[in-house]
Design a protein around this ligand. Sequence first.
Ligand SMILES: [Zn+2]
Length: 169
Amino acid sequence: MESKQTCPHRTFNSPLAEPELRRMVIWDWYDGPEAGILICDKCGSNYYFFMVDWSQDQSTRVFALQRVNDDAIQTLVKLVEEEPRWPIWMPQILKFPSEFDRPWIDHINSVVLGLPDSHSLILAWSNVKHVPLRLAEVNATNAPFISRLLESDETSSPYNWFTFLGLSR
Ligand SMILES: [Zn+2]
């Protein structure tokens, strides 16, 4: 295990290909992952993510990442009373949601809401192969453009995250 001090292993000056963020828990789904937690394979750090952009052909999604407590995933496992399935896990309880599950959803939101607004990383994700493609640090220029795509009126981000990550749309 590498020191958590170095996570997300950001010793890069340009976007990092094949980042270590491969394990994903999804609790918000809309034709693909919309929000959840990503876990670093190298050191176990947990990141809350949500979608800020997607490619026109729907094959690639772009997520904003924010570091959360590394026990976030343990909290989640206790809540859903289900063993995680890696690398991609969508708890069964969310596949057939009911009113009964509402407190669970509220609790999950409380895990990630109320965090300081400090999304520090941007990740491109293949919605076909379900693997991370590129990772980059947010900078002062593009930080103001981070917002949840599905909660806005936009069909794509006003900032071109694909160009920033060195990918075509
Ligand atoms: Zn790490």
